[in-house]
Design a protein around this ligand. Structure first.
Ligand code: F6R
Length: 612
């Protein structure tokens, strides 16, 4: 849950590290630090606070330094304090480490190093143990020491270590936490994620679990636990640097909401043959006979990705006739699911690093279910462990609150549903052709939804919402998961408590909370249940609730029954969630802005949740 950057070269190491850490703050941002090689010593500067605070502390005083490591933290073991911030130094100060992950046997290692070797610990972190352990194993070669140390460690780690006696060398190790090496000319980099590298290089290689790397300015060597060198594939990263920055918007979240038309278009690209009206998913490479005989699908995900899964369930069941269970990943493996042959697991994860989702994936694979991953991050753990990968091409998502990744997850699930329906010869060709046409029309419709006029309407509504401590999102059928997503987004970034309710359930309890003016957002995009939804709205009206309806322009009976209205373009019922979620994202965004909240980095949350 932390961000790591390392640099060895001839540039200003302090500046490279700080700029890189800024790009990784989405991974955690409660404290930050760097260790820089200077005159035979490793000088550590670290503190609770943001990377900007760290930058002030450094105050350009390390311009001449050429090698160093940096870290931005999201606390797991020990609160965010100066002492718990990384880097951590060994007793002598000769070894310094930054670590992302969890050392599960840190207590027994602490005991061993403390009792048997007299090491004194300064922080409450599990990570500090690594600095002492590596020093304990050090015999003149940092790579050998790291390899020996990590053979005693249980848990997950992306680790970068530096040693005063090997001043231009960094050593890295990886297990279950991402680490990417950036290759430069006369300089090399390592980081938890690509945005930290983009300003310097586009050539990179992704470390795999169990690998070690040694970096000097002129050389990168990757090896296994046995010390044998490993030849790595070099990736050319074609992300635009602009794509990883705010591009003129006040917040990444707004930029990412605005990018949704492009994200959807990219995710659809080359996956639909518009001439034949067929979905062509080369990535879903299972024998057609296996797909035809599938008896059940598990969808495993967390948070927003789970909400996408709920829509995936309804759509796959309808179009492909396969029963689907959607599972919150943190519950899935503890409830003893009944596995069988002829099942498939689909895991959904924007980051591809969510610990609970990864654990669900591993459980499914251990039961010999083929696993299809829907993820946004190439080279992520989920993508590498799944049997099949369907990438969402949303581009890097920096804001903690997921928006563009979510709509691309929906699109990926629609593609899967149509593909399965077509392969199983269940889907009516007329319906399939309509859906394919509808999918291709979504980017243009999303642009319409994001018009200035619509945004002005949302802002007006937010002037009302901003003064309330509670809000309600209601809907039926496919509108219900969208209501859940809208409520999550609002509470996540505006800190207003928001509850999603199946509209028909209101009367079974939540209605007691509706008072004069209470904000109620109703999703009303599903023709089959429109009348039922509107009768639930009447019940809210009768208690004085202030109803904001998100509906379709071809539904003309809604406006007179609600206080304010947001029209979506006419759309196929099945595809409506891709459009209807957008006003809920904008409601959350502008309410959070009006309340002065930290939109991109809401309190207590992090973008990539690599702990259970
Ligand atoms: C909410 C949000 C989270 C994530 C969840 C799973 O806006 O972003 O609920 O959806 O933490 O993350 P991924 O998709 O990376 O597995």
């Amino acid at each position: 849950m932390c961000g790591i950057v390392g640099y060895t070269g001839t540039g200003e190491a302090g500046r490279v590290l700080v700029e890189g850490l800024k790009k990784l703050e989405y991974r955690g941002y409660d404290s930050a630090g760097v260790a820089l090689h200077e005159n035979g010593r490793l000088i550590v500067t670290k503190a609770a606070g943001s990377v900007a605070d760290l930058e002030k502390m450094l105050n350009d005083q390390y311009q001449a330094v050429r090698v160093g490591i940096g870290h931005t933290r999201w606390a797991t073991h020990g609160p965010p304090t100066d002492l718990n911030a990384h880097p951590h130094s060994s007793a002598s100060g000769d070894i310094v480490v930054v670590h992302n992950g969890i050392i599960e046997n840190h207590r027994s290692l602490r005991r061993k190093l403390g009792e048997e070797a007299g090491y004194k610990f300064r922080s409450e972190t599990d990570s500090e143990v690594l600095a002492h352990l590596i020093e304990h194993c050090y015999d003149g070669d940092l790579l050998k020491a790291v390899r020996k140390a990590m053979s005693q460690v249980d848990g997950s780690y992306a680790l970068v270590a530096a040693c005063t006696r090997e001043p231009d060398r960094l050593v890295c190790a990886r297990k279950d936490s991402p680490l990417i090496i950036g290759l430069g000319a006369g300089e090399n980099f390592v980081a938890s994620d690509v945005p930290a590298l983009l300003a310097h290089t586009r050539r990179a290689c992704v470390m795999d679990d169990g690998e070690f790397a040694s970096l000097t300015p002129g050389k990168v060597e990757v090896s296994g636990a046995d010390g044998k060198l490993i030849k790595k594939d070099i990736l050319e990263i074609n992300w635009d640097i602009e794509a990883a920055e705010k591009g003129g918007y006040d917040h990444f979240m707004l930029k990412e909401i605005m990018e949704q038309p492009v994200a959807v278009r990219e995710t659809l690209r080359q996956r639909i043959d518009s001439a034949s009206g067929r979905v062509d998913l080369a990535e879903f490479d299972l024998p057609p006979e296996q797909l035809r005989t599938l008896e059940k699908i598990y969808i495993i995900a967390c948070g927003t990705a789970y909400h996408a899964g709920l829509i995936g369930k309804m759509v796959i069941e309808k179009l492909a006739g396969i029963p689907v269970e959607v599972e919150v990943a943190s519950e899935f493996r503890y409830r003893g699911p009944l596995f069988n042959t002829n099942q498939l697991a689909i895991v959904i994860s924007q980051s591809g690093e969510t610990a609970d989702t990864l654990a669900g994936l591993r459980l499914a694979r251990s039961k010999e279910l083929p696993v299809l991953a829907i993820t946004n991050v190439v080279g992520s753990s989920v993508s590498r462990e799944a049997d099949l990968v369907l990438y969402t091409w949303a581009g890097p998502e920096i804001a903690v609150a997921s928006t563009k990744a979510y709509v691309t997850q929906l699109v990926a699930l629609y593609l899967v549903a149509v593909y399965l329906g077509q392969t199983r010869n269940i889907l009516d060709p007329g319906l399939a052709a309509g859906l394919v046409k509808g999918l291709l029309g979504l980017p243009g419709q999303l642009k319409e939804v994001l018009s200035d006029e619509n945004i002005a309407k949302i802002r007006t509504y937010c002037n009302h919402l901003v003064n309330w401590d509670n809000a309600f999102f209601i809907g039926r059928s496919l509108d219900y998961p969208v209501a859940m997503e809208g409520a999550l987004k609002l509470k996540e970034i505006s800190y207003i408590h928001a509850e999603a309710c199946a509209a028909g359930e209101l009367k079974h309890g939540p209605l007691a909370l509706i008072e004069e003016g209470a904000p109620v957002v109703v999703l009303a995009t599903q023709k089959a249940v429109l009348e039922k939804t509107l009768s639930n709205v009447q019940v809210v009206n009768a208690r004085g609730g202030a109803v904001f309806a998100i509906t379709r322009e071809d539904f003309d009976d809604v406006e007179r029954q609600v206080d304010s209205i947001f029209y979506l373009p006419a759309v196929n019922d099945i595809l409506a969630p891709v459009l209807s979620v957008v006003p809920t994202q904008l409601i959350a965004y502008y309410t959070a802005v009006a309340r002065g909240c930290s939109v991109d980095k809401p309190r207590n949350l992090a973008k990539s949740v690599t702990v259970e």
